[in-house]
Design a protein around this ligand. Structure first.
Ligand code: HEC
Ligand code: HEC
Ligand code: HEC
Ligand code: HEC
Ligand code: HEC
Ligand code: HEC
Length: 355
């Protein structure tokens, strides 16, 4: 202890004694003692919000919102379909939120004033905030395996094992009609001019199911077998936003293909899309030649009258199946990319079956 401190201490003791002994009146305040020495700085703590600010910042949000705004989810008009309880699950924010709670294929009632698929349709609440241990959940409303509506008893599920499960809830065929041949029948009655897998059969194709798997010279590849299934929807349709594609535009991005097809200059990798497009046209022409389709490419009207439950178009199962495959691949709109090997095999075998 230095002399200054000692004398400071002595002054202090003296002052206290003085105050205690003085019972008449306080004297003036003594001089303030000198400041003590500063303590050593503590170690910086970890910033509690650093992991959160990666996503939760204005720049990220503005960029995502700008991408979302040009997407078909935001710009499309299909929301209007949701006034029917058959359609609301996939065509509106309200219907989808209800579906994620009930797990049902339809909403209880139609949605009178449906709103677009927006941020909080897909995102809501983080499962945990422990991303280091539990992995990144992106606060997605659901990434659970998806029951397929196409199989009315829900016997088949899709589990891509990543965030693409979210997409499969909506981008799957509806349950309106059974896939021809599934019941082992030899003839099949088409009961509506709208026959087909409404309207987003992308998930089932990526999985390698949902077509009429007719036997022929090409072996049908097993389900889950194509490498394109690995990252599924999000690996081709999201990823980094580049050249107006990817990210939250959900437009397939050539940038994403290049991680595997390093020299790709278009989606038509090795002429794969052109090959499938030509096979789809060949199948259409074969269906016209068999009288399944009329010259305009629409299902032939039995007796010249509209197809209905009372006026069905009854076909040998392989012809109904070939049409099912044709209309599924038209609605898919990837010209084979969603599962090049499965789609090529089924198309070629369907053509052979019509010869
Ligand atoms: C990989 C991106 C990402 C990271 C990292 C992230 N979040 Fe989120 N978070 C989101 C998204 C997307 C949403 C839903 C959209 C929105 O509300 O902005 C969300 C929603 C939320 C919500 C509102 C919904 C809820 O869960 O109640 C809170 C609160 C939240 N985050 C807190 C955090 C915290 C705290 C951290 C860090 C421990 C964090 N977030 C890290 C992407 C992220
Ligand atoms: C709530 C149901 C729903 C979910 C979830 C959903 N979609 Fe969609 N998606 C739709 C509907 C409905 C449309 C058609 C919108 C329209 O045209 O109005 C659409 C359109 C699209 C389109 C554009 C098609 C076009 O005509 O250009 C792409 C691509 C797409 N979705 C990919 C995805 C991907 C990838 C995911 C998962 C990250 C996903 N969607 C999740 C319902 C959904
Ligand atoms: C299982 C989810 C699901 C249900 C249920 C559903 N849709 Fe869709 N629908 C979609 C998806 C996904 C798309 C977009 C597909 C794409 O862009 O390839 C779509 C697209 C459409 C389109 C635009 C495509 C076109 O060919 O013009 C119309 C119209 C449509 N749906 C009407 C309906 C109606 C009407 C109902 C109810 C009877 C309904 N949808 C029920 C998922 C669904
Ligand atoms: C159709 C479903 C869907 C909608 C709508 C949607 N997101 Fe996402 N979002 C996803 C999915 C899926 C991922 C995770 C992608 C992955 O696994 O790589 C994601 C990732 C994110 C991330 C983290 C990665 C990144 O891009 O920075 C943020 C932040 C985010 N979303 C914010 C938003 C906001 C804000 C909106 C509304 C403008 C929105 N999302 C709308 C499906 C959606
Ligand atoms: C291997 C990459 C890849 C995978 C995996 C993939 N897609 Fe695609 N998808 C494409 C390409 C390429 C197109 C054609 C885009 C074009 O021609 O502009 C496409 C087309 C589409 C379309 C029609 C869009 C349009 O603009 O006409 C929808 C909807 C779609 N995909 C949804 C999905 C969904 C949902 C999944 C997951 C089940 C998925 N895709 C998986 C690459 C992929
Ligand atoms: C994870 C790696 C991976 C990614 C990402 C990927 N592909 Fe592929 N793709 C493959 C493999 C492997 C094959 C060959 C499979 C086989 O032999 O059947 C293939 C086959 C194809 C074929 C068939 C080519 C042929 O020779 O018949 C097309 C077309 C194709 N891919 C397009 C795309 C497009 C477009 C994208 C991006 C939107 C993409 N791929 C992204 C791995 C990938």
């Amino acid at each position: 202890m230095s002399f200054r401190n000692l004398s400071g201490m002595a002054t202090l003791v003296f002052s206290v004694l003085f105050i205690l002994s003085s019972c008449v009146k306080e004297g003036p305040m003594g001089l303030a003692g000198a400041d003590g020495v500063d303590g050593v700085d503590g170690k910086d703590g970890k910033d509690g919000t650093a992991a959160c600010l990666v996503c939760h910042n204005v720049t990220t949000k503005s960029a995502v919102v700008a991408q979302y705004d040009v997407s078909q989810h935001a710009a499309g008009v299909a929301t209007a379909r949701s006034t029917s309880n058959q359609c609301a699950v996939c065509h509106s924010h309200e219907g989808f939120v209800e579906h994620t709670v009930t797990g049902l294929d339809t909403t209880y009632v139609g949605v009178a004033h449906p709103t677009d698929i927006a941020c909080n349709t897909c995102h809501s609440t983080h499962n945990t905030f422990d991303f280091a241990k539990d992995g990144q959940d992106y606060a997605l409303r659901t990434v659970a395996a998806v029951d397929l509506m196409l199989y009315t008893d829900h016997v088949k599920k899709i589990d891509f094992g990543n965030t693409s499960n979210l997409c499969a809830n909506c981008h799957q065929p509806r349950n309106s009609y059974r896939v021809p041949g599934e019941g082992g029948e030899t003839t099949y009655s088409i009961t509506s001019s709208r026959f087909g897998p409404h309207h987003g059969p992308q998930s089932t194709l990526v999985e390698g199911i949902g077509l009429y798997d007719v036997a022929g010279s090409m072996p049908i590849p097993g389900t889950k077998s194509h490498p394109h299934r690995d990252g599924a929807c999000v690996s081709c349709h999201m990823g980094d936003f580049k050249d107006g594609t990817g990210g939250h535009t959900w437009k397939a991005s050539l940038n994403n293909c290049k991680s595997c097809h390093t020299s790709a200059t278009s989606f038509d990798v090795n002429g794969g899309q052109a090959k499938i497009a030509a096979l789809i046209t060949d199948l259409k022409n074969a269906l016209i030649a068999k009288g399944v389709l009329d010259a305009a490419g629409n299902l032939t009207k039995p007796g010249g009258k509209t197809i209905s439950a009372t006026n069905p178009l009854v076909l040998p199962v392989h012809q109904a199946g070939a049409f099912w495959n044709y209309i599924t691949l038209i609605e898919d709109r990837s010209n084979g990319v969603h599962n090049p090997a499965y789609i090529e095999a089924v198309l070629k075998n369907s053509l052979e079956s019509l010869q």
